[in-house]
Ligand binder design. Structure first.
Ligand SMILES: NC(=O)c1ccc[n+]([C@@H]2O[C@H](COP(=O)([O-])OP(=O)(O)OC[C@H]3O[C@@H](n4cnc5c(N)ncnc54)[C@H](OP(=O)(O)O)[C@@H]3O)[C@@H](O)[C@H]2O)c1
Length: 167
């Protein structure tokens, strides 16, 4: 199983504020859709609630200890990480799509990081991407985007690959 983490992060590594994304970046959402379509996506309960529905054309997995008895069309709900990992181990590719607790939980195991680096400092953010040990990662690709009427701030898409032990 190849494990991908995908996140949009500010200069101070904020990912969320008041249960929402702290920016409007339409091209980033399009890129997110392109990368995750027909894949398995994994999210925490709060991220699921911020999206408010399972993402279409993707296998949605939600980690939650409070949604267990709820029937969710189009999503699998897992009440603990062990149960979730058992399911994920049978998938070829998995995208962890947030939020903080899920990124924290899977960063160590990840093979790839897809980071949208948004050129803004977010004050009073309440969700953050965990600390990355950059020496463990190799930058494979970067694409820069300008701000415009559909994209509030300039940003860059970066694909990072975990270095092999003997790299
Ligand atoms: N910028 C980005 O790329 C990006 C991506 C995703 C989300 N976000 C933002 O991040 C924020 C939401 O993220 P968040 O970090 O606050 O929350 P989250 O990680 O999405 O969800 C946290 C919840 O996940 C469940 N959970 C976590 N670990 C668990 C475990 N071991 N066992 C069972 N359940 C577990 C718990 O749900 P229960 O309380 O139900 O047990 C917990 O309250 C929003 O602002 C959202 O917009 C940003």
């Amino acid at each position: 199983m190849k494990l991908h983490l995908i996140a949009a992060v500010s200069e101070n590594f904020a990912i969320g504020k008041d249960s929402q994304l702290p920016w409007k970046l339409s091209d980033d959402l399009k890129l997110f859709k392109r990368l995750t379509l027909n894949q398995t996506v994994v999210m925490g309960r709060k991220t699921y609630e911020s999206i408010s529905r399972p993402l279409p054309h993707r296998m949605n997995c939600i980690l939650s200890s409070t949604l267990i008895d709820e029937h969710l069309d189009g999503a699998h709900v897992f009440c603990d990480k062990k149960q979730l990992d058992e399911f994920l181990s049978k998938q070829q590719q998995v995208f962890i799509i947030g939020g903080s607790s899920l990124y924290q939980m899977y960063l160590q195991q990840a093979d790839f990081l897809h980071l949208s680096r948004v050129q803004v400092h977010i004050e009073a953010a309440d969700a953050f991407f965990p600390n990355i040990h950059w020496q463990d990662w190799q930058l494979m690709e970067q694409v820069d985007y300008c701000a415009n009427e559909d994209n509030q701030y300039p940003w860059s898409y970066q694909l990072w690959k975990k270095k092999e032990k003997n790299d």
